[in-house]
Design a protein around this ligand. Structure first.
Ligand SMILES: *Cc1c(COP(=O)(O)O)cnc(C)c1O
Length: 366
């Protein structure tokens, strides 16, 4: 039996059918229907935040919340190259210039000691990324942003349900983007959300995800379509009922991985972050000076029908599409380059058995 890097969480078939049944009566399939309203309310409660706006996917959520900030074209946004393509593209597609800050070698989030040296008079925002369920140094980022009058928009795609000092990841910065893609800890098949505490964002985001129409007769923004539909919302309602159990099950697999791989020279695991309640989104392993390289381990696992993922690799500042950007170049972010060339995320999902974790570890350690 093959083991994939992830396996989507789904409710029982019957539970989902029950949830979507009334759509055959209402015939209301999208545009802020009953399921959409309920999921927004459920998420406000679960994420313990004032504002939640749903989107058809995480990428458009991020692209639109950045657009909602109304930065002048050509402004600079400090972010990290150790992320998924979406983060950088959301900045660049808004006509803004991504400026790549290196990551710290401990938890692989943005290196807060290097942010200030990248600030110029064109800088308008920081877009940090919580990675693998690790939180960024939100206190330091907040202090830097206040000092330099910058907006902070978190890419929280990996941080659904994560808490720092008991505070939900949805409550830091000016806004946070969550992805509910099928591969994420919480999914709505495809989907996403923006969370925020400034209530004025609600109307702007709601209009912007629906062609910029404030009412059917008032077009305020030149905008596209990024609405979540009722079937996505229904999947979210069901999955949210089971989320705590799903996260706990991921935690059990992670505990086994740590037990098996934690004390081996050349195998580096992320330390458990202080004051953070993680969601165990991913299990990254860095092979640095181990008897096999990351790529060799990847191939060994693959030969055994086990699919791991080189994630994040390659760095976004090395992408072809950014080669003409003055701020691009992997060599400008040496720590991120070092990690990207050595990191592998191992299979991790709620139903991954301890036996499977052992099988994977046996192959790595053989
Ligand atoms: C998944 C992901 C996204 C994009 O989310 P989608 O819902 O797939 O559009 C953005 N950033 C990061 C870090 C991600 O992992």
């Amino acid at each position: 039996m093959s083991i994939n890097v992830t396996r989507s969480s789904m409710p029982n078939y019957e539970e989902y059918c029950e949830e979507i049944k009334e759509l055959w009566d209402s015939r209301w399939l999208t545009n802020n229907g009953a399921k959409h309203k309920q999921l927004e309310a459920d998420l406000k409660k679960y994420l313990n935040t004032k504002g939640v706006t749903l989107f058809t996917n995480g990428h458009l959520a991020l692209e639109i919340v950045i657009e909602a900030m109304n930065f002048p074209k050509g402004s600079e946004v400090i972010t990290t190259p150790f992320t998924f393509a979406s983060t950088t593209h959301a900045i660049a597609r808004n006509g803004l210039v991504p400026v790549f800050c290196d990551i710290n070698p401990i938890d692989y989030t943005i290196d807060v000691t290097k942010i200030e040296s990248l600030i110029t008079d064109k800088t308008v925002a920081i877009v940090p990324v919580h990675v693998y369920g690790n939180m960024c140094d939100v206190e330091m980022i907040d202090a830097i942003a206040k000092k330099h009058n910058l907006k902070v928009i978190y890419d929280s795609a990996h941080a659904f349900g994560v808490k720092y000092k008991g505070v939900s990841s949805a409550n830091f910065g000016d806004a946070s983007m969550f992805s509910f893609h099928a591969t994420k800890v919480f999914n709505t098949i495809e989907g996403g959300a923006v969370t925020y505490n400034d209530s004025s964002l609600e109307v702007v985001l709601t209009d912007m995800k629906n062609f910029g129409l404030h009412t059917p007769e008032e077009g305020i923004y030149v905008s596209g379509n990024a609405k979540m539909n009722e079937f996505q919302a229904a999947m979210g309602i069901c999955n949210l009922r089971h989320i705590d159990e799903e996260i706990a099950k991921r935690g059990r697999a992670v505990a086994r991985y740590r037990e098996r791989l934690g004390n081996t020279n050349g195998i580096i695991l992320c330390p458990i972050q202080e004051n953070v309640e993680t969601n165990y989104a991913y299990f990254p392993v860095v092979f640095d000076g181990y008897k096999y390289t990351r790529d060799e381990i990847f191939e060994k696992l693959k030969a055994n029908d086990i699919i791991a993922r080189k994630y994040f690799y390659p760095l976004i500042n090395g992408f072809e599409c950014y080669k003409n950007l003055e701020t691009a170049g992997e060599e400008k972010t040496p720590v991120a380059k070092h990690i990207a060339n050595r990191v592998l995320t191992l299979p991790l999902y709620a139903d991954l058995t301890i036996e499977d974790v052992d099988k994977i570890c046996d192959i790595i350690l053989n």
